[in-house]
Design a protein around this ligand. Structure first.
Ligand code: GLU
Length: 511
C-alpha cells in the first residue's frame, strides 16, 4: 500500500500556522513512507469563499517548502483537485446512498426546521437535532409516500439529502493519536450531505474525494474529531474501506487556555500566519513570518515541535532529519502551547548557521538602504561578529557603528548617560596608556589588542570591569555587541584611536 495523504484547506482566509502544521505533518508522513502528499481545495461552501485565499495557501506552502505532489496547480492522476471543479461528480454519490437506503430526501423548509427546534426545546431537549427520532415527524422521503417524493422532485421543490444515521449503533474507530473513540449513534444527527443549491456539503465531498483520491491516512486538526464518527458512518454507508485517522492536538495560546487565535498574535505582537495578508473585504492587515524576517526552515522546525517530539532533546532539525525522525506515534494528545520567544530562538539558531558571506551580502544591502557605504568584504567580516547576537538579519544593523566614522558618542544622549554611570577618572589614565600601546602595535589584530589591553590593566593594577565598559562606549557607543578586540580590529587603528580620544575629550569636558 502506498501512503497517500492530503491537506484539504478551505479557501476562507489566510492559512493559520495551525494549518501549516497540519500540512507539514502530512508532508513529513508522506515523505517518510515514500508516499504522496496531495492538496485538495475544499471550496464547496460558496458563501465563505474569500478571493485570493487559494493563491495565499499555495504561496505559503511554497515558502515553507511543502510543495504538494498533486494539487489544483500541479495536477495529478486523481484530479481535478478543487472541489468546485468536481461538483458534477457528487450528486451520483448522494443518489447511491439513497438507493442503498442510507440517505433520504428532506423537503423541510427553514421555517419547519425552526418550528421543530422550538418544539423540542419547549419539551426540554437541550440540543434539538434532525435524527432517527425526529425525522419521523418531518417532511422527508421516509415519512412521505414514494409518489409524493417523486412529484415534489419533478416539480422542482427544494430538497436536501440527509444521511440516515442508524438508530442504535455504537460507532467505533481507532485514531492513531487518540486511541479508540466510541460514540453512540444517538449523538449523531442526520447531517445534510447534499444541499439544495446543488452542492455537496463538506462531509460528503470530503469522503467521496478521500475515497476517489485513494487517501490512506487522514491527518487533520482536532477540531475535526467530532465529525469523524459521522465520517465513519458515511464510509460504512458506501461500503468503502476507510482511511486511518489521526487528529492533531490544538495549538494553544502562549498564555492562558484555549486555541491560539489571530487576536493573540495582535495582542502579544507575533504573527499567526506564514505570510502577510490583507483581507480583501475589510482591508485589515495581518503580518506573516516571512515578512518579519523569519527563515522558513526555522518556522518549520518550530512548527514540527508544536505537538510532536523526536523522543530526544534534539531541537534543531532540518527537513530531511524531520522526515527521518517523524512519526505519528510521537504526536501528543494534549494541546501544544505556542511560544513566540522560542520561535525567535529558532530563527536565531538558523541565522547563526548561515554562511558569513550570505549574511554579509544582506547586511551590505541593508546598510545601503540606510545610506551607509562599505565594501562586501567588511560587511562579511562584520556579519561574522554580529550574527551571534542577531535574531533577524535586520538586527545586524545594531552594528552600524562598525561602518561609520567618528565618535559614536556624539549626539548620543543614551550612550552619554550610560558613560556617566561608568566613568571614573582612573579609567582615563588606562585609556591613555592603551592609546599609546595601540600606536606601537605591529599588527592590529584582536589577539594583539587583547594582549595590549591586559598589559595596561596589569600595569595600572585595574580590573577589566573598570575600563572595558568605558572602552566599549567610546568605540561602539553601546553596551551590547561583539567583543571589543574584534570590533577594534575591524575598525582599524586610526579610527579606534580617534574614537578613544574623542571619548576622553567628552569626559574631560564634564569637569
Ligand atoms: N476543509 C477542511 C478544513 O478546512 C478539511 C478538514 C479535513 O482535513 O478533513 O480544515
Amino acid at each position: 500500500m502506498t501512503v497517500r495523504v492530503r491537506f484539504a484547506p478551505s479557501p476562507t482566509g489566510p492559512l493559520h500556522m495551525g494549518g501549516v502544521r497540519t500540512a507539514l505533518y502530512n508532508y513529513l508522513f508522506a515523505r517518510k513512507h515514500g508516499g504522496q502528499f496531495l492538496l485538495r481545495v475544499e471550496d464547496t461552501d460558496q458563501t465563505r469563499y474569500v478571493p485570493g485565499a487559494e493563491d495565499y495557501i499555495k504561496e505559503s506552502l511554497a515558502w515553507c517548502g511543502l510543495v504538494p505532489d498533486e494539487s489544483p496547480w500541479a495536477g495529478g492522476p486523481d484530479g481535478p483537485y478543487r472541489q468546485s471543479d468536481r461538483k458534477h461528480l457528487y450528486k451520483a454519490y448522494a443518489d447511491e446512498l439513497i438507493a442503498k437506503d442510507k440517505a433520504y430526501y428532506a423537503f423541510d423548509t427553514p421555517e419547519e426546521l425552526d418550528a421543530m427546534r422550538e418544539r423540542l426545546q419547549a419539551a426540554g431537549v437541550a440540543a434539538p437535532a434532525y435524527n432517527a427520532v425526529t425525522r419521523e415527524h418531518m417532511k422527508n422521503s421516509i415519512t412521505l409516500g414514494a409518489d409524493e417524493v417523486k412529484e415534489r422532485i419533478a416539480r422542482g421543490d427544494a430538497y436536501v439529502i440527509r444521511l440516515k444515521v442508524p438508530r442504535h449503533v455504537e460507532v467505533r474507530f481507532e485514531d492513531i493519536i487518540r486511541g479508540w473513540v466510541t460514540v453512540h449513534s444517538a449523538n449523531i444527527d442526520d447531517k445534510v450531505l447534499f444541499k439544495s443549491d446543488g452542492m455537496p456539503t463538506y462531509h460528503l465531498a470530503n469522503i467521496v474525494d478521500d475515497h476517489l483520491m485513494r487517501i490512506t491516512h487522514v491527518i487533520r486538526g482536532e477540531e475535526w474529531l467530532p465529525s469523524a464518527p459521522l465520517h465513519v458512518l458515511i464510509y460504512e454507508a458506501f461500503g468503502w474501506e476507510r482511511p486511518a485517522f489521526a487528529h492533531l492536538p490544538l495549538i494553544l495560546k502562549p498564555d492562558g487556555n484555549g486555541k491560539l487565535s489571530k487576536r493573540d498574535g495582535d495582542r502579544l505582537g507575533f504573527p499567526v500566519f506564514a505570510l502577510d495578508w490583507t483581507d480583501p473585504v475589510t482591508n485589515e492587515k495581518s503580518s506573516g513570518y516571512r515578512e518579519r524576517g523569519y527563515y522558513p526552515e526555522a518556522f518549520i522546525n518550530m512548527l514540527a515541535l508544536l505537538g510532536w517530539n523526536p523522543g530526544t532533546d534534539q531541537e534543531i532539525m532540518s527537513v530531511d532529519e524531520l522526515v527521518r525522525l517523524f512519526d505519528l506515534d510521537r504526536v501528543h494528545k494534549g494541546g501544544a502551547r505556542f511560544d513566540p520567544e522560542k520561535t525567535k530562538w529558532f530563527n536565531q539558531q538558523y541565522l547563526r548557521m548561515r554562511p558569513d558571506a550570505e549574511l554579509g551580502a544582506q547586511l551590505l544591502e541593508l546598510l545601503r538602504e540606510q545610506g551607509i557605504g562599505t565594501t562586501l568584504d567588511r560587511a562579511i567580516r562584520a556579519a561574522a561578529l554580529l550574527k551571534e547576537r542577531a535574531t533577524f538579519v535586520g538586527d545586524m544593523l545594531e552594528g552600524s557603528y562598525l561602518f561609520t566614522t567618528g565618535s559614536p558618542l556624539s549626539g548620543n544622549a543614551v550612550a552619554e548617560t550610560e558613560l556617566r554611570k561608568r566613568w571614573k577618572p582612573e579609567a582615563a589614565t588606562a585609556i591613555e596608556a592603551y592609546i599609546a600601546a595601540l600606536k606601537e602595535l605591529p599588527s592590529f589584530t584582536p589577539e594583539a589588542l587583547d594582549a595590549a589591553f591586559n598589559a595596561v590593566l596589569l600595569g595600572k593594577g585595574m580590573k577589566t570591569g573598570q575600563v572595558m565598559p568605558v572602552y566599549r562606549l567610546f568605540v561602539a557607543g553601546r553596551m551590547q555587541g561583539p567583543g571589543m578586540f574584534d570590533v577594534s580590529a575591524l575598525l582599524g587603528r586610526e579610527e579606534v584611536i580617534a574614537r578613544l580620544k574623542a571619548g576622553l575629550a567628552l569626559c574631560a569636558s564634564w569637569v
